[in-house]
Design a protein around this ligand. Sequence first.
Ligand SMILES: [Zn+2]
Length: 83
Amino acid sequence: MAKAGSVHCPSENEPDVACCFFCVLEGWEPDANQFTEHSKCSPNCGFLTMKKDFTELTVADYCLMEKERLKVYLRKVCHKKMA
Ligand SMILES: [Zn+2]
């Protein structure tokens, strides 16, 4: 799971949950193919679009992903303000 970018993100109600370190998509079924489910449920995840193994990510890669995440976030905030 870690190679697919998942990290343990437990909550009080769900102590065994794993989620994507980048888009925070969660709810993997134990027997599901994580890459397939991740692509289907979160096709614009910055980690998926890098098409790299989690262990091959560089700081530059992460900064690029973070820049894209901030662009999406700012776009959402601006659209809410304009509405
Ligand atoms: Zn993701």
